[in-house]
Design a protein. Structure first.
Length: 71
């Protein structure tokens, strides 16, 4: 059965799995950055102010979602 070639194959497979996990982590990280940027842009599009406190952002988002569900 097998020999040194089996171990090399397993090591290579493990490295490929590790790289796959790393790429998924990077993709998810970039997705959340894009999501946060989109939400900030969406909120700032209707307001003159540049930055919001977290509590204000929560109320603004809640009011926007309520308006959409009513109409």
């Amino acid at each position: 059965m097998g020999g040194p070639q089996d171990t090399v194959g397993r090591k290579r497979e493990g490295a490929e799995d590790f790289m796959f996990i790393i790429w998924w982590a990077v993709a998810i990280f970039l997705f959340f950055i894009a999501l946060e940027s989109g939400v900030s842009f969406w909120l700032n599009s209707e307001k003159e102010e540049e930055m919001f406190k977290p509590k204000e952002m929560f109320h603004i988002i809640r009011n926007k979602l309520r308006r959409k569900s009513v109409s």
